[in-house]
Design a protein around this ligand. Structure first.
Ligand SMILES: [Cu+2]
Length: 117
């Protein structure tokens, strides 16, 4: 019984530690599956990172229309992350299957003006 109480206390303290870390940026993941990006449109804050995970049986890429980023080839189960600092709307596609499209909207922190990309 004493051991159980100890492990409950340990679990509670772990939860508390996790809860008091507001500086951690939100984690964003875009899944590539069925020849589509999910979510198709994602809004993040400037400076946050988006991780693309290829859960498809085909290779895909993630390429920004305006050249802001390019993943290179992602095989099945590969992942690739990009950190977006500059506010704006980033449309992207898969260079292997150009009909696969997605959008990331990067919002400025503290309500600053939106930059044109
Ligand atoms: Cu593709």
């Amino acid at each position: 019984m004493k051991e159980l109480m100890l492990s409950v206390a340990a679990a509670v303290s772990l939860v508390s530690v996790a809860a008091v870390s507001p500086a951690m940026p939100a984690a964003h993941t875009v899944q590539i599956k069925g020849f589509a990006f999910a979510p198709k449109s994602l809004t993040i804050n400037a400076g946050e990172t988006v991780k693309f995970v290829n859960d498809d049986s085909e290779a895909h890429t993630v390429v920004a229309d305006k050249g802001a980023f390019s993943s290179g080839g992602l095989d099945t189960n590969d992942s690739w992350s990009v950190r977006l600092q500059k506010p704006g709307t980033y449309t992207y596609f898969c260079s292997l299957h150009p009909y696969m499209k997605g959008t990331i909207v990067v919002q400025a922190m503290h309500g600053a003006m939106r930059g044109d990309n």
